[in-house]
Design a protein around this ligand. Structure first.
Ligand SMILES: [Fe+2]
Length: 351
């Protein structure tokens, strides 16, 4: 059966070519190949499974050239826009991430405790991002601030870091551990400890500090940087009792592979930057060594042992973030068990 002229002719008159099925009779008035750009036999495409399928060859003509150029132009503009966004906007566009974490070892009925978890602040100078971060943290009126490592990046100044840390306020204490970038920049062995002390932060280097809360004890145990091999879980946990609520702070989340039988309720980590650059449907393009599978968010790493990984506030290597906004985590610590959790942990005793 021939293709009706009423369909074919308008297509030809608009520079579009009709399509044919294999073995199909050419329409009246259309001889040979309908496209001047095609050789005889073109216009039909045979797929690997051997069945010819109709193809619409009209886009071989001039309109496709203009459309292709427009498509390329749009793609180029989108790429430039994404680049500008990743460099200029997103690195300073802080997201406040709120969550509630139940702590069975807190006394029943104890009031909530507000914990700010910061990581990878990578302070180089005091700019708009840093001022915005200070405002967010202090507006939350936290009880405790914990920074899980990487305070600086190459070229960071001691006075800038001290200004930033001093401006953060917490009712019950400010704590921090070192990260790999801190060691790579020589901060822990030079001006770092003194700056941290003057800014009111307690430095945890395989050691712990205790907070009294509603008649109970919360022990904050800080691990020195695992990436550079300065960590000792045994020393960090030496003063933790089974009756304590225990928060372990570490820069890299890789330590959750080897927590042993220590009585840990919550692990706070950073290091990953959440990947820093993520693509739709693909996710993080790259994560640093020591990330394991824990890139960002909450994880149950052992029965009753929770891990929180912050995607961090700053950047390293390249001043970009894409689909991975800098984060300040506001965690409400609440006594008791969440729905669905049956016990504190299956781990008993110590290694
Ligand atoms: Fe970092």
């Amino acid at each position: 059966m021939g293709m009706p002229t009423v369909i074919v002719m308008p297509l030809i008159s608009q520079g579009l070519k009709p399509f044919l099925m294999e073995g199909q009779e050419r329409p009246h008035g259309v001889t040979g190949n309908t496209s001047p750009n095609l050789h005889p036999g073109q216009g039909l495409r045979r797929w690997p499974w051997g069945r010819a399928t109709p193809i619409f060859v009209g886009m071989e003509s001039e309109p496709r050239g203009r459309g292709g150029r427009r498509l390329l132009l749009a793609a180029g503009l989108a790429a430039v826009g994404a680049g500008v966004y990743a460099v200029v906007i997103e690195p300073g566009w802080i997201e406040v991430v709120r969550s509630v974490e139940y702590m069975p070892m807190l006394r029943p009925g104890a009031p909530d405790l507000t914990l700010v978890h910061l990581s990878d602040i990578h302070v180089g100078s005091i700019g708009r991002r840093e001022r915005r971060a200070i405002g967010i943290v202090n507006t939350a009126r936290p009880d405790v601030i914990i920074i899980s490592g990487d305070l600086v990046r190459g070229g960071g100044r001691p006075d800038a870091l001290e200004s930033f840390l001093s401006a953060l306020h917490a009712r019950q204490g400010k704590y921090r551990v070192w990260g790999n970038h801190d060691y790579w920049d020589g901060v822990p062995t030079t001006w770092g400890p003194e700056v941290v002390r003057r800014a009111g932060f307690k430095l945890l280097r395989n050691s712990s500090q205790t907070i009294r809360h509603a008649g109970g004890r919360i022990v904050i145990a800080g691990l020195d940087d695992p990436i550079t091999g300065h960590d000792s879980l045994k020393l960090a946990m030496a003063r933790v009792s089974r009756r304590d609520a225990c928060i372990l702070v570490t820069h890299s989340p890789e330590v959750v592979r080897s927590l042993g039988n220590w009585d840990i309720d919550l692990v706070l980590a950073g290091h990953t930057h959440g990947g820093q650059v993520r693509l739709p449907w693909i996710g993080a393009l790259w994560v640093p060594y020591g990330t394991t599978d824990h890139i960002d968010g909450w994880f149950e790493v052992d029965p009753g042992v929770r891990l929180h990984v912050s995607r961090g506030l700053g950047w390293s290597w390249l001043p970009v973030r894409f689909l991975c906004r800098p984060a300040i985590d506001l965690i409400t610590l609440r006594s008791g068990l969440p729905p669905g959790r049956v016990g504190r942990k299956s781990i008993i005793g110590r290694s």
